[in-house]
Design a protein around this ligand. Structure first.
Ligand code: GDP
Ligand code: ZN
Length: 327
């Protein structure tokens, strides 16, 4: 229940499209954009973050008049379905929420131009699993992928589609399969990720040629002058899709987890875990390990198991996937 006192009280509902830390651009249900602020301290239980509100948040706000303009004051943030974070630069253990309520993330992959390694793909998928965000693999530049590269690519598609990840061959340049990408995007909020040069901007611009202009118009409209930092931003596309763009933010965020829970995020390994002799099997040197048996039998891809080991042994259970860009 929401109680109103005094003047100009309308509890509105909307989605945060842009956040600069001091103000938020919120799109109300009727499609109107309002510049909103928050009053006082606004803490969310359970999240130690430097920013209370992020792009993608569903919020409630009141309208008020300031300088002959209707602006909003956010009073409630609805429970987040998921959110992606990066660590704050200081060591306060605080996180910065980049964006929330993301339905799916598309990873663009090119086999050799630039090369995308399986260990990179697996780290990305691990992060998406840990965040609870659906990941879809788009194999781009099919128009120039030839010979052995096709074989390598088909082998990758076999591995990942067997695990249950959707895989699609596309060409952002000549439009191949982009209608399928668009239909997957409809009525959803998507992000695009992948190494620099895989074709993220080309893809987004081919899908929505006017987006370049829109991006420019919005940033000019809200130009603060002194701000050089870039922030995540949500955009509506003409066919009823939403995308979150994170310029200047490296990667798809960071996940902290215990080594013991790592296998939860490798679905094909987790599915076999109950068959391991030890319930807390880490699939290393334990006897009667169903995961290792499946790797030996070729039922789990050797490259996936290798990634699992690399991550387990490599970074003291602190997993970074920020060696690439998002678009
Ligand atoms: P981003 O860094 O991921 O945003 O990549 P860009 O969209 O800037 O693309 C990098 C380069 O790859 C550009 O020269 C694009 O023209 C090219 N490119 C992108 N998609 C395709 C494609 O499907 N086929 C071919 N042949 N080139 C592409
Ligand atoms: Zn095991």
């Amino acid at each position: 229940m929401f109680l109103c006192f005094g003047i100009a009280c309308t509890n509105m509902i909307g989605t945060v499209y842009k956040s600069t830390g001091s103000w938020y651009l919120v799109k109300a249900l009727d499609g109107t954009f309002y510049e909103c602020r928050i009053k006082g301290k606004f803490r969310i239980i359970g999240i130690k973050s430097t920013n209370p509100i992020a792009v993608g948040d569903a919020v409630e706000f009141d309208l008020e008049q300031s300088n002959n303009k209707e602006t909003g004051v956010i009073n409630t943030i609805q429970t987040r379905k998921n959110y992606i974070v990066r660590k704050s630069v200081n060591l306060s253990k605080q996180t910065h929420i980049i964006a929330s309520n993301i339905d799916q993330v598309f990873l663009l992959i090119t086999v050799d131009n630039p090369p995308t390694s399986t260990s990179f793909i697996d780290r990305f998928l691990l992060t998406a699993e840990a965040y609870g965000i659906k990941a879809i693999l788009l194999f781009n530049k099919m128009d120039i992928t030839k010979g052995d590269s096709i074989l390598n690519l088909n082998a990758l598609i076999e591995i990942y589609s067997n695990i249950g990840y959707e895989c699609l061959k596309i060409s952002a340049k000549n439009g191949d399969n982009l209608e399928a990408v668009k239909s997957m995007m409809k009525a959803k909020t998507s992000m695009f990720s992948g190494h620099s040069g895989v074709g993220k901007s080309t893809l987004v611009n081919t899908i929505e040629p006017t987006l370049n202009l829109k991006t420019k118009a919005i940033s000019e409209m809200h130009q603060q002058g002194q701000h050089t930092t870039t922030f995540a931003e949500m955009f509506d596309l003409s066919f009823g899709a939403h995308i979150i763009d994170t310029p200047g933010i490296k990667g798809f965020g960071v996940v902290d987890m215990d080594a013991a829970e790592l296998d939860q995020y490798f679905p094909e390994m987790f599915a076999l875990k109950t068959n391991c002799k030890f319930h807390n099997c880490q699939h290393l040197h334990e006897p009667k390990c169903a995961v290792k048996a499946a790797v030996s039998a070729g039922k789990i891809a050797a490259s996936r198991y290798k990634s699992y080991l690399q991550i387990l042994e490599g970074e003291e259970a602190h997993f970074r996937t920020d060696s690439y860009d998002t678009a």
